[in-house]
Design a protein around this ligand. Structure first.
Ligand code: NAD
Length: 336
């Protein structure tokens, strides 16, 4: 099948071309992000393959529909960038890769927590300059701390297990508690208790209207002073302006972000020679207790291989008239 692959980076091409040796689709690699300005690049393609910051809003979906596209193959797990209501009305088949390597994201989350707890980002630069002083590098033990995990699905449950191995007490919130985790010692509590009692809070729930700006002025006010907050899920779970105020007041002791609500204009691009116009983002980077990575939690060799293979499996199943393994069921998506 002929597939227009949007937001292509050299690594996407490498892994998709390799996986495609077993599938034989016609992949056309396009560098631009899918937006209403670039949608015409997909004219005549029965399938588009898209990533996290491609915009599949009503306007783009209508354009794709009118020009022959039937399949939207997301090469990611999250689908908050697709207007599902419109996609359903227009009869699109939407597929995704629900699980490729939850370990990759869980391990990156732990990397952020550990780096923040031991100030590795400061130590790295300091030692390279011949400064071996320890002032300002005082860390905290994870052992004995209470960690709040919001969303205990495929990624959150692995983060909870890993934090338990570090001897943390785990409080969790999920609209569907996991009985097995509960049996292993995870304590499910309400949002408020989790916010009040946690020393570390890590976000692993999907972005949807109910979770938009879950971390805001009010929830931050409930948290312990000096909280370590980590978000590797989706940027808009966090109100960035409120977080900046909490960093200034010391309410947030350390912040680790792999995602940012306005990341679409920044992440995945080399902007090192440009003046970045996003003042909120740039303010965030000035804090000594903040680590930002540019949506790289998924980015491991294992994960990229699995993403490429599963994305193309979805396309092949669609082409054969079978149900793709990663088919997004609209009813379930609306219900979650
Ligand atoms: P999942 O669907 O397996 O788990 C999500 C969990 O959140 C489920 O258990 C669900 O019941 C729960 N949930 C739903 N609504 C909730 C609410 N209001 N409050 C609390 N919990 C709620 O998803 P996953 O594979 O674990 O992925 C989690 C998120 O991680 C995804 O939504 C995606 O946006 C993000 N992600 C980020 C990266 C990255 O590279 N940074 C990579 C993959 C996924």
């Amino acid at each position: 099948m002929k597939i227009a692959v949007f937001s292509t980076k050299p690594y996407d091409r490498e892994f998709l071309e390799l996986a495609n040796q077993s599938f034989g689709h016609e992949l056309v690699f396009l560098e631009p992000r899918l937006t209403s300005q670039t949608a015409s690049l997909a004219d005549g393609f029965p399938a588009v393959c898209v990533f996290v910051n491609d915009e599949l809003d009503a306007r783009v979906l209508l354009h794709l529909h009118r020009n022959g596209t039937k399949l939207i193959a997301l090469r990611c797990a999250g689908y908050n960038n697709v207007d599902l209501q419109v996609a359903e009305q227009l009869g699109f088949v939407v597929t995704r890769v629900p699980a490729y390597s939850p370990q990759a994201v869980a391990e990156h989350t732990l990397a952020l927590i550990l780096a923040l707890a031991r100030r590795l980002h400061k130590a790295y630069n300091r030692v390279r300059e011949g400064n071996f002083a320890l002032d300002g590098l005082l860390g905290v033990d994870l052992a004995g701390k209470t960690a709040g995990v919001i969303g205990t699905g495929k990624i959150g449950r692995l983060v909870a297990k890993r934090l338990m191995a570090f001897e943390c007490r785990i409080l969790a919130f999920d609209i569907r508690p996991d009985e097995q985790l509960q049996a292993e010692g995870v304590e499910y509590v309400g949002y408020e208790e989790l916010f009040r009692k946690s020393d570390i809070i890590t976000l692993h729930c999907p972005l949807m209207p109910a979770t938009y700006h879950l971390i805001n002025e009010e929830s931050l006010a409930l948290m312990k002073r000096g909280i370590i907050l980590v978000n590797t899920s989706r940027g808009a779970l966090v109100d960035s302006q409120a977080v900046i105020r909490a960093l200034k007041s010391g309410r947030i002791g350390a912040l680790g972000l792999d995602v940012y609500e306005e990341e679409a204009d920044l992440f995945f691009e080399d902007l090192s020679n440009q003046v970045i116009q996003d003042d909120v983002f740039m303010r965030m980077l000035t804090f000594p207790n903040v680590i930002v990575t540019g949506h790289q939690a998924f980015f491991t060799r294992n994960a990229m291989e699995a993403i490429a293979k599963k994305t193309l499996e979805n396309v092949t199943a669609f082409e054969r008239g079978e149900e793709p393994p990663g088919l997004l069921h609209y009813r379930e998506a609306f219900a979650s």
